[in-house]
Design a protein around this ligand. Structure first.
Ligand code: SF4
Length: 354
Protein backbone atom coordinates (compact mmCIF):
# COMPACT_ATOMS: atom_id res chain seq x y z
CA UNK A 1 0.00 0.00 0.00
CA UNK A 2 2.82 2.40 0.85
CA UNK A 3 4.37 1.91 -2.58
CA UNK A 4 1.01 2.61 -4.25
CA UNK A 5 0.62 5.82 -2.32
CA UNK A 6 4.11 6.99 -3.26
CA UNK A 7 3.45 6.33 -6.91
CA UNK A 8 0.15 8.15 -6.78
CA UNK A 9 1.67 11.16 -5.07
CA UNK A 10 4.49 11.49 -7.57
CA UNK A 11 2.01 11.12 -10.42
CA UNK A 12 -0.10 13.94 -9.03
CA UNK A 13 2.79 16.33 -9.52
CA UNK A 14 3.00 15.47 -13.20
CA UNK A 15 0.55 18.12 -14.22
CA UNK A 16 -0.32 21.52 -12.79
CA UNK A 17 -3.70 20.82 -11.24
CA UNK A 18 -6.16 23.58 -10.44
CA UNK A 19 -6.13 22.52 -6.78
CA UNK A 20 -2.37 23.03 -6.62
CA UNK A 21 -2.65 26.40 -8.33
CA UNK A 22 -5.30 27.59 -5.87
CA UNK A 23 -3.31 26.38 -2.85
CA UNK A 24 -0.25 28.24 -4.15
CA UNK A 25 -2.21 31.40 -4.80
CA UNK A 26 -4.42 31.50 -1.70
CA UNK A 27 -2.44 29.35 0.75
CA UNK A 28 -5.47 27.14 1.35
CA UNK A 29 -8.10 25.10 -0.45
CA UNK A 30 -10.53 27.17 -2.48
CA UNK A 31 -13.79 25.86 -3.92
CA UNK A 32 -16.03 27.11 -6.70
CA UNK A 33 -19.63 28.03 -6.03
CA UNK A 34 -21.60 27.65 -9.25
CA UNK A 35 -24.10 30.33 -10.21
CA UNK A 36 -26.85 30.41 -12.79
CA UNK A 37 -27.56 34.08 -13.40
CA UNK A 38 -30.27 33.30 -15.95
CA UNK A 39 -28.24 34.16 -19.04
CA UNK A 40 -29.12 32.77 -22.44
CA UNK A 41 -26.68 32.41 -25.32
CA UNK A 42 -26.35 34.15 -28.70
CA UNK A 43 -26.00 30.70 -30.20
CA UNK A 44 -29.44 29.79 -28.93
CA UNK A 45 -31.53 32.95 -29.26
CA UNK A 46 -30.81 33.48 -32.95
CA UNK A 47 -28.27 36.30 -32.63
CA UNK A 48 -25.48 34.03 -33.88
CA UNK A 49 -27.42 30.85 -34.61
CA UNK A 50 -30.35 28.86 -33.32
CA UNK A 51 -30.35 25.50 -31.62
CA UNK A 52 -27.05 25.93 -29.81
CA UNK A 53 -24.01 23.67 -29.94
CA UNK A 54 -24.91 20.08 -30.81
CA UNK A 55 -23.81 18.76 -27.42
CA UNK A 56 -25.29 21.50 -25.24
CA UNK A 57 -27.91 21.17 -22.56
CA UNK A 58 -27.02 23.66 -19.84
CA UNK A 59 -28.89 21.60 -17.25
CA UNK A 60 -26.32 18.84 -17.71
CA UNK A 61 -23.33 20.92 -16.65
CA UNK A 62 -24.81 23.60 -14.43
CA UNK A 63 -26.33 22.31 -11.16
CA UNK A 64 -28.26 25.51 -10.50
CA UNK A 65 -30.12 25.29 -13.82
CA UNK A 66 -31.66 22.07 -12.51
CA UNK A 67 -33.09 23.89 -9.49
CA UNK A 68 -35.87 26.45 -9.11
CA UNK A 69 -34.45 29.90 -9.86
CA UNK A 70 -32.89 31.67 -6.85
CA UNK A 71 -31.25 35.06 -6.52
CA UNK A 72 -27.50 35.14 -6.98
CA UNK A 73 -27.15 36.09 -3.33
CA UNK A 74 -29.11 32.99 -2.31
CA UNK A 75 -27.19 30.72 -4.68
CA UNK A 76 -23.89 31.94 -3.25
CA UNK A 77 -25.06 31.56 0.36
CA UNK A 78 -26.49 28.09 -0.27
CA UNK A 79 -23.39 26.91 -2.18
CA UNK A 80 -21.02 28.18 0.48
CA UNK A 81 -23.03 26.61 3.29
CA UNK A 82 -22.94 23.22 1.53
CA UNK A 83 -19.21 23.38 0.79
CA UNK A 84 -18.38 24.60 4.29
CA UNK A 85 -20.23 21.66 5.75
CA UNK A 86 -18.61 19.14 3.42
CA UNK A 87 -15.02 20.48 3.28
CA UNK A 88 -14.76 23.00 6.13
CA UNK A 89 -13.63 25.47 3.47
CA UNK A 90 -13.72 29.22 3.92
CA UNK A 91 -12.61 30.68 0.59
CA UNK A 92 -14.66 30.45 -2.56
CA UNK A 93 -14.75 31.55 -6.19
CA UNK A 94 -18.10 32.61 -7.61
CA UNK A 95 -18.41 30.66 -10.84
CA UNK A 96 -20.83 32.09 -13.41
CA UNK A 97 -21.27 28.85 -15.27
CA UNK A 98 -24.56 28.42 -17.10
CA UNK A 99 -24.86 29.66 -20.70
CA UNK A 100 -22.97 32.82 -21.83
CA UNK A 101 -22.15 34.87 -18.76
CA UNK A 102 -21.11 38.09 -20.49
CA UNK A 103 -24.19 38.26 -22.70
CA UNK A 104 -25.84 41.38 -21.25
CA UNK A 105 -25.28 45.15 -21.08
CA UNK A 106 -22.31 46.18 -18.94
CA UNK A 107 -24.42 47.77 -16.19
CA UNK A 108 -26.44 44.58 -15.79
CA UNK A 109 -23.26 42.47 -15.70
CA UNK A 110 -21.84 44.75 -13.02
CA UNK A 111 -24.94 44.34 -10.89
CA UNK A 112 -24.81 40.53 -11.20
CA UNK A 113 -21.08 40.20 -10.52
CA UNK A 114 -21.29 42.66 -7.60
CA UNK A 115 -24.06 40.61 -6.04
CA UNK A 116 -21.90 37.47 -6.14
CA UNK A 117 -18.87 39.27 -4.74
CA UNK A 118 -20.86 40.72 -1.88
CA UNK A 119 -20.35 37.59 0.26
CA UNK A 120 -17.26 38.02 2.49
CA UNK A 121 -15.94 34.52 1.71
CA UNK A 122 -15.84 35.06 -2.04
CA UNK A 123 -12.25 35.71 -3.17
CA UNK A 124 -12.63 35.53 -6.92
CA UNK A 125 -14.74 35.30 -10.03
CA UNK A 126 -14.83 32.73 -12.80
CA UNK A 127 -16.87 33.69 -15.83
CA UNK A 128 -17.73 31.23 -18.58
CA UNK A 129 -18.44 32.73 -21.99
CA UNK A 130 -17.92 32.63 -25.74
CA UNK A 131 -14.95 34.29 -27.46
CA UNK A 132 -17.31 36.34 -29.65
CA UNK A 133 -19.12 37.72 -26.61
CA UNK A 134 -16.41 39.73 -24.85
CA UNK A 135 -16.41 43.22 -26.35
CA UNK A 136 -13.90 45.69 -24.95
CA UNK A 137 -16.35 47.46 -22.58
CA UNK A 138 -17.10 44.08 -20.96
CA UNK A 139 -13.39 43.34 -20.67
CA UNK A 140 -12.88 46.80 -19.11
CA UNK A 141 -15.45 45.89 -16.45
CA UNK A 142 -13.86 42.49 -15.80
CA UNK A 143 -10.41 44.07 -15.66
CA UNK A 144 -11.66 46.34 -12.90
CA UNK A 145 -12.59 43.28 -10.79
CA UNK A 146 -9.24 41.67 -11.63
CA UNK A 147 -7.46 44.52 -9.85
CA UNK A 148 -9.17 43.47 -6.61
CA UNK A 149 -9.95 39.76 -6.99
CA UNK A 150 -8.69 36.64 -8.69
CA UNK A 151 -10.58 36.58 -12.01
CA UNK A 152 -10.64 33.79 -14.56
CA UNK A 153 -12.36 34.29 -17.91
CA UNK A 154 -13.30 30.93 -19.40
CA UNK A 155 -13.50 31.01 -23.19
CA UNK A 156 -15.05 28.17 -25.16
CA UNK A 157 -12.51 27.30 -27.83
CA UNK A 158 -13.27 23.54 -28.12
CA UNK A 159 -10.93 23.11 -31.12
CA UNK A 160 -8.82 25.24 -33.44
CA UNK A 161 -10.39 23.58 -36.51
CA UNK A 162 -13.16 25.68 -38.00
CA UNK A 163 -14.66 22.69 -39.83
CA UNK A 164 -15.25 21.04 -36.42
CA UNK A 165 -16.70 24.26 -35.00
CA UNK A 166 -19.06 24.33 -37.95
CA UNK A 167 -20.02 20.68 -37.37
CA UNK A 168 -20.95 21.42 -33.77
CA UNK A 169 -22.98 24.52 -34.80
CA UNK A 170 -20.73 26.61 -32.64
CA UNK A 171 -21.33 29.79 -34.61
CA UNK A 172 -17.78 30.90 -33.93
CA UNK A 173 -14.26 30.53 -35.29
CA UNK A 174 -10.71 30.01 -34.07
CA UNK A 175 -9.91 33.54 -35.26
CA UNK A 176 -12.51 34.85 -32.83
CA UNK A 177 -10.78 33.01 -29.95
CA UNK A 178 -7.38 34.40 -30.94
CA UNK A 179 -8.87 37.89 -31.11
CA UNK A 180 -10.47 37.57 -27.64
CA UNK A 181 -7.29 36.20 -26.06
CA UNK A 182 -5.30 39.05 -27.59
CA UNK A 183 -7.70 41.64 -26.16
CA UNK A 184 -7.46 40.04 -22.69
CA UNK A 185 -3.73 40.57 -22.58
CA UNK A 186 -2.37 42.97 -19.98
CA UNK A 187 -5.64 43.04 -18.05
CA UNK A 188 -4.45 40.97 -15.05
CA UNK A 189 -7.02 38.28 -15.57
CA UNK A 190 -6.46 34.58 -16.21
CA UNK A 191 -7.75 33.16 -19.47
CA UNK A 192 -8.93 29.56 -19.45
CA UNK A 193 -9.71 27.74 -22.72
CA UNK A 194 -12.30 24.97 -22.93
CA UNK A 195 -11.41 22.18 -25.36
CA UNK A 196 -13.11 18.95 -26.45
CA UNK A 197 -11.19 15.85 -27.49
CA UNK A 198 -12.76 13.19 -29.67
CA UNK A 199 -14.69 15.37 -32.10
CA UNK A 200 -15.78 13.43 -35.19
CA UNK A 201 -13.45 13.94 -38.13
CA UNK A 202 -10.53 15.04 -35.96
CA UNK A 203 -7.41 12.91 -36.20
CA UNK A 204 -4.85 12.55 -33.44
CA UNK A 205 -2.72 15.12 -35.27
CA UNK A 206 -5.67 17.54 -35.37
CA UNK A 207 -6.13 17.30 -31.59
CA UNK A 208 -2.42 17.75 -30.99
CA UNK A 209 -2.50 20.84 -33.23
CA UNK A 210 -5.08 22.30 -30.84
CA UNK A 211 -2.70 21.62 -27.93
CA UNK A 212 0.17 23.24 -29.79
CA UNK A 213 -1.88 26.30 -30.66
CA UNK A 214 -2.93 26.67 -27.02
CA UNK A 215 0.68 26.38 -25.94
CA UNK A 216 1.61 29.14 -28.34
CA UNK A 217 -1.01 31.58 -27.07
CA UNK A 218 -1.11 33.59 -23.83
CA UNK A 219 -3.64 31.22 -22.27
CA UNK A 220 -3.24 30.56 -18.54
CA UNK A 221 -5.42 27.52 -18.01
CA UNK A 222 -7.36 24.83 -19.83
CA UNK A 223 -10.40 22.65 -19.24
CA UNK A 224 -10.15 19.46 -21.27
CA UNK A 225 -13.35 17.50 -21.95
CA UNK A 226 -13.94 14.20 -23.65
CA UNK A 227 -16.82 14.43 -26.13
CA UNK A 228 -19.85 12.99 -24.36
CA UNK A 229 -23.48 12.66 -25.28
CA UNK A 230 -26.23 14.34 -23.26
CA UNK A 231 -29.92 13.49 -23.54
CA UNK A 232 -32.21 15.56 -25.75
CA UNK A 233 -29.41 17.14 -27.76
CA UNK A 234 -28.73 16.88 -31.51
CA UNK A 235 -25.64 14.87 -30.61
CA UNK A 236 -27.81 12.20 -29.01
CA UNK A 237 -29.54 11.60 -32.33
CA UNK A 238 -26.24 11.53 -34.23
CA UNK A 239 -24.90 9.01 -31.72
CA UNK A 240 -28.03 6.85 -31.96
CA UNK A 241 -27.73 6.92 -35.78
CA UNK A 242 -24.11 5.75 -35.56
CA UNK A 243 -22.73 8.98 -37.01
CA UNK A 244 -20.38 9.61 -34.08
CA UNK A 245 -18.49 7.34 -31.74
CA UNK A 246 -17.07 8.06 -28.30
CA UNK A 247 -13.54 7.39 -27.14
CA UNK A 248 -13.05 4.28 -25.06
CA UNK A 249 -11.62 4.85 -21.60
CA UNK A 250 -8.22 3.57 -22.74
CA UNK A 251 -8.17 5.72 -25.89
CA UNK A 252 -9.02 8.84 -23.93
CA UNK A 253 -6.28 8.22 -21.35
CA UNK A 254 -3.72 7.98 -24.15
CA UNK A 255 -4.88 11.06 -26.03
CA UNK A 256 -5.24 13.26 -22.95
CA UNK A 257 -1.71 12.34 -21.84
CA UNK A 258 -0.42 13.18 -25.33
CA UNK A 259 -2.27 16.50 -25.07
CA UNK A 260 -0.84 17.28 -21.61
CA UNK A 261 2.70 16.62 -22.79
CA UNK A 262 2.34 19.43 -25.33
CA UNK A 263 1.13 22.09 -22.90
CA UNK A 264 3.55 24.36 -21.03
CA UNK A 265 4.18 23.31 -17.42
CA UNK A 266 2.86 26.69 -16.27
CA UNK A 267 -0.60 26.17 -17.76
CA UNK A 268 -3.15 25.27 -15.09
CA UNK A 269 -5.18 22.14 -15.83
CA UNK A 270 -8.61 22.98 -14.49
CA UNK A 271 -10.31 19.83 -15.82
CA UNK A 272 -9.25 16.58 -17.42
CA UNK A 273 -12.62 15.20 -18.45
CA UNK A 274 -16.20 16.11 -19.17
CA UNK A 275 -19.27 14.45 -17.75
CA UNK A 276 -22.93 14.95 -16.92
CA UNK A 277 -25.16 13.67 -14.13
CA UNK A 278 -26.27 10.05 -14.76
CA UNK A 279 -29.80 11.24 -15.47
CA UNK A 280 -28.56 13.33 -18.41
CA UNK A 281 -25.64 11.25 -19.71
CA UNK A 282 -26.07 8.91 -22.68
CA UNK A 283 -22.44 7.97 -23.34
CA UNK A 284 -19.72 7.14 -22.56
CA UNK A 285 -20.50 5.66 -19.18
CA UNK A 286 -16.87 5.57 -18.11
CA UNK A 287 -16.76 9.36 -17.68
CA UNK A 288 -19.00 9.01 -14.63
CA UNK A 289 -16.08 7.48 -12.73
CA UNK A 290 -13.90 10.55 -12.63
CA UNK A 291 -11.64 9.23 -9.92
CA UNK A 292 -10.76 6.12 -11.92
CA UNK A 293 -10.04 8.26 -14.96
CA UNK A 294 -7.77 10.65 -13.06
CA UNK A 295 -5.89 7.72 -11.56
CA UNK A 296 -5.45 6.13 -14.99
CA UNK A 297 -4.12 9.40 -16.44
CA UNK A 298 -1.70 9.81 -13.58
CA UNK A 299 -0.50 6.23 -13.85
CA UNK A 300 -0.05 6.54 -17.60
CA UNK A 301 2.16 9.60 -17.11
CA UNK A 302 4.20 7.66 -14.55
CA UNK A 303 4.43 4.68 -16.90
CA UNK A 304 5.73 6.98 -19.64
CA UNK A 305 7.97 8.74 -17.15
CA UNK A 306 6.40 11.86 -18.62
CA UNK A 307 4.58 14.97 -17.47
CA UNK A 308 2.88 18.13 -18.65
CA UNK A 309 5.13 20.13 -20.91
CA UNK A 310 8.45 18.29 -20.76
CA UNK A 311 9.90 20.31 -23.62
CA UNK A 312 7.64 23.32 -23.74
CA UNK A 313 9.12 26.64 -22.69
CA UNK A 314 7.11 28.71 -20.25
CA UNK A 315 5.16 31.62 -21.62
CA UNK A 316 7.19 34.41 -20.02
CA UNK A 317 9.73 33.82 -22.78
CA UNK A 318 6.96 34.26 -25.30
CA UNK A 319 5.87 37.49 -23.69
CA UNK A 320 9.41 38.79 -23.47
CA UNK A 321 10.22 38.21 -27.10
CA UNK A 322 6.83 39.05 -28.54
CA UNK A 323 5.41 41.85 -26.42
CA UNK A 324 3.29 43.10 -29.29
CA UNK A 325 1.47 39.80 -29.64
CA UNK A 326 -1.90 41.33 -28.89
CA UNK A 327 -1.68 43.49 -31.98
CA UNK A 328 -1.69 40.47 -34.27
CA UNK A 329 -4.70 38.65 -35.60
CA UNK A 330 -5.29 34.97 -36.25
CA UNK A 331 -4.21 35.52 -39.81
CA UNK A 332 -0.70 36.28 -38.53
CA UNK A 333 -0.34 32.84 -37.05
CA UNK A 334 0.98 29.94 -39.05
CA UNK A 335 0.87 26.67 -37.17
CA UNK A 336 3.83 24.55 -38.10
CA UNK A 337 4.35 20.86 -37.73
CA UNK A 338 7.73 20.59 -36.11
CA UNK A 339 6.66 19.47 -32.65
CA UNK A 340 10.05 18.03 -31.78
CA UNK A 341 12.01 21.20 -31.30
CA UNK A 342 11.94 23.59 -28.42
CA UNK A 343 10.12 25.98 -30.62
CA UNK A 344 7.33 23.62 -31.45
CA UNK A 345 5.02 25.54 -29.17
CA UNK A 346 5.63 28.74 -30.81
CA UNK A 347 4.09 27.85 -33.90
CA UNK A 348 3.32 31.24 -35.16
CA UNK A 349 5.40 33.15 -37.57
CA UNK A 350 3.90 36.46 -36.44
CA UNK A 351 4.42 37.94 -39.81
CA UNK A 352 3.57 41.59 -39.88
CA UNK A 353 0.34 42.22 -41.68
CA UNK A 354 0.89 43.31 -45.25
S1 SF4 B 1 -22.01 28.51 -26.60
FE1 SF4 B 1 -22.17 27.41 -24.64
S2 SF4 B 1 -24.20 27.90 -23.81
FE2 SF4 B 1 -24.17 28.51 -25.99
S3 SF4 B 1 -25.06 26.73 -27.05
FE3 SF4 B 1 -22.83 26.47 -27.07
S4 SF4 B 1 -22.29 25.26 -25.23
FE4 SF4 B 1 -24.43 26.02 -25.02
Amino acid sequence: MAADRTQSESADSRYFSFGRFLRQRFGTRVYRVTIDAGFTCPNVDGTVAVGGCVYCDNRSFSPNRRLPRQTIRDQVARGIALLQKRYRADKFIAYFQAATNTYAPVDKLKRLYDEALDHPNIVGLAIGTRPDCVPDPVLDLIEDYARRYYVCLELGLQTIHDRSLEWMNRGDTFASFVDAVGRCRGRDLDVCAHVILGLPGESHADMMATADALASLPVDAVKIHNLHVVRDTPLEKMYADGQVRMFTFEEYVQVVCDFLERLPASMVIQRLSGDAPPKYLVAPEWCLNKQALLEAIRHELVRRDSRQGPTVPNRPAFNKFFPSWGTHSAADFRIMDDHRTNFHVFVCSLLPRL
